[in-house]
Design a binder for this molecule. Structure first.
Ligand code: SF4
Length: 88
């Protein structure tokens, strides 16, 4: 498990920190980047914090409704339905 680069964090109190940009609960995380080629990506994915690691994009094979709610609020498309049982 990685460690979030300190420069990407803001102190909340003596025991907690958050990602810069999310202090108000409404802003965009400093680590979220966009490019035409790749769309939205986390530029510290391997080092992302525990809440990001614990948040499930898919639950029982279906898009997490909370994720889609947040995506819609940010003007993003819903997560695609994915067939996890499909053979490749
Ligand atoms: S996964 Fe976490 S650290 Fe990465 S962009 Fe999203 S909120 Fe930020």
């Amino acid at each position: 498990m990685g460690t979030v680069p300190l420069a990407y964090t803001s102190k909340v109190n003596d025991h907690l920190a958050c990602m810069k940009g999310t202090e108000s609960g409404q802003g965009k995380c400093i680590a979220l980047e966009y490019s035409k080629e790749n769309g939205y990506r986390c530029k510290i994915y391997a080092l992302r914090p525990s809440p990001c690691r614990e948040f499930e994009l898919y639950i029982d094979g279906k898009p997490n409704p909370k994720c889609n709610e947040l995506r819609m609020a940010a003007g993003l498309n819903s997560l695609p339905e994915v067939n996890f049982l499909k053979e490749v």
